[in-house]
Write a protein that binds this ligand. Structure first.
Ligand SMILES: Nc1ncnc2c1ncn2[C@@H]1O[C@H](COP(=O)(O)OP(=O)(O)O)[C@@H](O)[C@H]1O
Ligand SMILES: [Mg+2]
Length: 386
């Protein structure tokens, strides 16, 4: 089981020297709300958690596993020091550290069982290099848009990285006291290159961080593309991407490949999410997911309102992917949700949390959302920043 304990931040965004405590007197919380006005650092915190977690992936220095935002420089290049403490199986602490070793924070409660993954600040210049080399474009496949020469340079750069800098980096990803968490790391290493069969749920026992950012939640039309093949290598951190994770495609895929899991998913959704309508069927051969309204009318899933769409995306992704070793980060949960839907969203997340045993962190500036949380599960950034 994985739970967030603490996040130490020095000089990143609005934070100068701050500690975010996700526990209540040391006890981890299953469902947490980060509250605060615009610009209080909510997104910054989620991005830091997400990027520190990516240190857990053994070969994380792979362009697919470093996450770049088209619009702003990578968060680690804008951070002086950060440390994320994770509670593993209730009695061990795993600290993911970025920055100088002298600044490491020790947790007395876990004296004998605190373990460290340390990544030095040098990684900043490498990340910057990659950012400078890749021409940022709105499309996923940015390297295909590069001209031949830049492309070759880019590939050489990546290859160099794999040979030389990657080795140094691996050495620097200094896993201290690995024996404390040996099984944990071994499980990760073993699964990383392994083909994962999505029908068996074993892989769900591995750690998994999922980030839903605030802008990219939409269903895309797949009718004119081919059936997807689910990507099989295991990623510890995963950012929701409407192109890659197109909801309709995902439903069609599960219906085709894993009908039993599809059935249980649809049953769950129809019961817990959509009160006035349900997922009725998948039309063939045009692969359209058909919804049926209370009045008995049918329409395509893409005609849902953006609020319903957003809820459905969250629910389906979490339902299929979360386990007690998952941490789900959702930025601006209230986004495009009517007050009534906001309450419903939290109710749904509570259900999912209970069912899957995962930890869920949402951010919000809506007091309807805040009120749906217990006092002990709210972190008020305005107070943290005082
Ligand atoms: N280097 C910096 N120094 C101080 N404040 C910064 C710096 N970089 C970004 N910020 C501030 O951080 C805020 C954005 O943080 P963010 O986490 O996106 O806020 P939220 O998600 O809570 O709205 C902005 O108000 C911006 O001015
Ligand atoms: Mg934000």
């Amino acid at each position: 089981m994985i739970r967030l304990s603490k996040l130490y931040i020095r000089n990143c965004g609005v934070f100068s020297n701050h500690l975010i405590d996700f526990t209540q007197d040391g006890i981890p919380q299953d469902l947490i709300c980060l509250s605060g006005v615009n610009g209080s650092g909510k997104t910054t915190i989620l991005e830091l958690i997400f990027n520190l977690a990516s240190f857990l992936t053994p070969r994380f220095f792979n362009k697919n596993r470093l996450f770049f935002d088209r619009l702003k420089p990578h968060i680690l290049t804008r951070t002086e020091f950060a440390q994320l403490d994770l509670i593993i199986n209730e009695n061990k602490l795993l600290s993911l550290v970025f920055g100088e070793e002298e600044e490491i924070q020790y947790d007395k409660k876990y004296e004998e069982s605190q373990c460290f993954v340390i990544v030095s600040e040098e990684i900043k210049s490498i990340i910057q290099n990659i950012e400078d080399t890749i021409v940022k474009s709105p499309e996923e496949e940015e390297e295909y848009r590069l001209d031949e020469r830049t492309k070759r340079q880019f590939i050489r750069f990546l290859t160099d990285l794999t040979d030389k800098e990657f080795d140094t980096f691996q050495k620097e990803r200094n896993i201290r006291n690995q024996e404390i968490l040996n099984d944990f790391f071994k499980a990760i290493e073993e699964h990383i290159e392994k083909e994962i069969n999505y029908a068996d749920t074993d892989h769900l026992q591995l750690p998994y961080f999922f980030l839903f950012n605030s802008h990219d939640r939409e269903i895309l039309d797949i009718r004119y593309t081919s059936l997807p093949k689910n990507k099989s290598t295991y990623n510890i951190v995963y950012s929701y991407n409407p192109k890659r994770d197109d909801l309709e495609k995902l439903l069609v895929f599960y219906n085709y490949a894993y009908p039993e899991r599809y059935e249980s998913l649809v049953k769950w959704i129809n019961k817990h999410i959509l009160s006035d309508q349900k997922i009725e069927k998948i039309n063939k051969p045009d692969f359209q997911v058909v919804m049926k309204t209370k009045q008995g009318k049918e329409h395509g899933i893409e005609l849902l309102s953006s609020g319903e769409e957003s809820l459905l995306i969250l629910a389906i992704q979490i339902y299929l992917k979360a386990s007690q070793n998952s941490i789900i980060l959702i930025d601006e949960i209230d986004q495009s949700l009517h007050p009534e839907f906001q309450e419903k969203a939290i109710k749904m997340l509570r259900e999912l949390q209970r069912e899957k045993g995962c930890q869920i962190v949402v951010t919000s500036h809506s007091d309807i959302i805040w009120n749906a949380f217990e006092e002990k599960s709210i972190i008020r950034l305005t107070e943290v920043l005082e």
